[in-house]
Design a binder for this molecule. Structure first.
Ligand code: PGA
Length: 248
């Protein structure tokens, strides 16, 4: 049976003692593997990864990076390679988050190169796609998502090493959530779109992200083809993140 993935993206928050405390609270919540039908993953700021890896070791909480470079090593000031994330204890990396696409001009082509490298380094990737409010208003959301998927997914993507996260940009951090029908429609569209690239596409996990919280997590994860959630704001509180993990 497919295990749900509950991923917490801390973004540029909780980078000090507060982050260590949050990791401790989550790690204390022992027996996660047995209690939840889910894998719980946290993606703290890179500066905290090694310390959090010590805190979460043996707890069942998995660790991920928020981005990586497409190269293996070299003169890339300020960047982190996939193998460095792996060395720090990560098993996942988020790629192509809309904040990176917008703030850093990341293209789907670049996301493809990063994902290819991450897979070669043994990391699993969470590849994010999502449309803007204007694109949805114009009825172009499927066109946009199809193009992002076609360009972002590398040739070495499999259901084992790749997770897709559908995050409508207008729902991120806004408190607005796509309707259950829209999520159902988009997730089944994504499932059919990845057929070309991922042979075992039926086993590929597709997450929903955008204002997920304990009060809406259960109904979202009940939707067919929703295999977990990518959580920003609500992952910064141990109780609410654990409650979301317990909703599937
Ligand atoms: P949010 O963020 O849960 O705060 O809306 C989701 C995300 O950016 O992954």
């Amino acid at each position: 049976m497919k295990k749900y993935l509950i991923a917490g993206n801390w973004k540029m928050n909780m980078g000090g003692a507060d982050g260590l405390q949050l990791a401790m609270r989550l790690a204390e919540n022992t027996g996660i593997k047995e209690r939840y039908r889910a894998e719980m993953l946290i993606c703290p700021p890179a500066i905290l990864l090694k310390e959090v890896a010590f805190i979460t070791a043996d707890s069942g909480v998995l660790l991920g990076g928020q981005d990586c470079h497409e190269g293996e090593a070299g003169a890339h000031t300020g960047d982190i390679s996939a193998s460095m994330l792996s060395y720090a204890g990560c098993s996942y990396v988020i790629l192509g988050h809309s904040e990176r696409r917008q703030d850093h001009g990341e293209t789907s082509r670049l996301v493809n190169l990063k994902a290819n490298r991450a897979h070669q380094s043994g990391l699993k990737t969470i590849i994010c796609v999502g449309e803007t409010f204007e694109e949805r208003e114009e009825g172009k959301e499927k066109e946009v998502i199809a193009a992002q998927l076609a360009e972002s997914l590398p040739d070495n993507a499999t259901a084992e090493n790749t997770v897709i996260a559908y995050e409508p940009i207008w729902a991120i951090g806004t408190g607005k959530v796509a309707t259950l029908d829209d999520i159902l429609d988009m997730h089944s569209f994504i499932r059919s779109e990845i057929k070309e690239k991922i042979a075992d596409y039926e086993d590929c996990r597709i997450l929903y992200g955008g204002s997920v919280k304990p009060t809406n997590a259960a109904e979202i994860m009940d939707i067919h083809d929703v295999d977990g959630v990518l959580v920003g704001g609500a992952s910064l509180d141990a109780e609410s993140f654990a409650a979301i993990a317990g909703s599937c």
